[in-house]
Design a protein around this ligand. Structure first.
Ligand code: NDP
Length: 263
């Protein structure tokens, strides 16, 4: 049996074990997926090998550490320096990023998106902003602190802190901060985020599994909003295809994984 895991801190909330085990069980694949709380991202590589894993997902706050832990990076992850999926191949760690494609799957029903305001400047933001730019969208990144915005600025994105942002109409506002994940915080001060959302057409939150203050605020403003569940499904399907070495049909993975959301 092949063993897989998700690394993160916190990680107890993660639905990934349920999702991947549902696929393994439904499709008769000999695999088992667990969760590992990892405090120190620099220990990722040795922990992976010590446990004899065949593959892993990486969540907050270790996605950049995961990039550095890999021997080889493939595809979109090269562009963003952020890895959320690792597989072991001939003793080497191969890194991928499936978050951005997962998110595009989630917002497919949103039409005529041209301008996006991305809240947060962490690993998820890095992946999504690059992907939005690939799609030809105009992207502004807003973050609580200026430090993490520097790399976005150098990379040609429009960047703003809470103090600098101009309240204007964005087609889509995306929360990629971890505000609301383990607390009841909004991703920006109440007045500011409310004014921004009032002018927006659509919103999306990367967080799943709870009605975050951001999602609740969108509900009160009657904005069409997606939580992180579809993004989670999309990235999970692609990760599972890497884990199972593309032996299982993508649609079968998707159908099986979707069932885990009913549990
Ligand atoms: P990182 O730790 O890399 O980045 C966190 C970001 O959140 C930083 O920009 C940080 O700002 C900001 N932040 C944290 N707390 C607050 C706060 N109270 N108010 C405002 N900003 C805050 O995280 P990731 O990018 O890896 O993940 C972000 C979120 O996306 C997580 O909640 C994660 O669960 C979710 N996620 C969901 C996925 C899905 O499939 N649905 C996939 C991937 C991620 P600062 O720089 O100022 O500290």
């Amino acid at each position: 049996m092949r063993l897989f895991a998700i690394f993160g801190d916190p990680v107890a909330h993660s639905r990934s074990p349920l999702m991947h085990n549902m696929v393994f069980k439904t499709l008769g694949y000999s695999g088992c997926y667990t969760r590992i709380q990892l405090k120190d991202g620099s220990k990722l590589r040795e922990t992976f090998f010590n446990l004899g894993l065949s593959g892993a997902n990486i969540t907050v706050p270790h996605k950049e550490a995961a990039f550095n832990a890999c021997d080889e990076i493939r595809g979109f992850a090269n562009k963003v320096g952020v890895v959320n999926t690792i597989i072991e191949q001939d003793g080497k760690l191969i890194g991928y990023n499936t978050d951005a494609d997962g998110f595009m799957f989630a917002i497919a029903p949103f039409k005529n998106i041209k301008t996006v305001l991305v809240l947060g400047a962490g690993g998820t933001s890095k992946a999504l902003t690059e992907r939005f730019r690939d799609e030809g969208l105009s992207v502004t990144v807003m973050n609580r602190s200026s430090k993490r915005l520097e790399s976005f600025k150098e990379n040609g994105f429009e960047t703003v802190t809470w103090e600098e942002v101009e309240v204007k109409a964005y087609d889509l506002v995306v929360n990629t901060t971890s505000a609301g994940l383990q607390d009841e915080n909004l991703p920006a001060p109440d007045d500011l985020i409310t004014s921004l959302l009032k002018k927006a057409s659509y919103a999306a939150d990367a967080i799943y599994g709870k009605r975050t203050p951001f999602l609740k605020l969108c509900d009160t403003l009657s904005i069409t909003v997606k939580d992180g569940a579809d993004m989670l499904l999309g990235q999970g399907v692609l990760a599972n295809a890497y884990f199972t070495q593309e032996q299982l049909p993508l649609e079968s993975i998707r159908t099986a994984m979707q069932k885990s959301f009913e549990l």
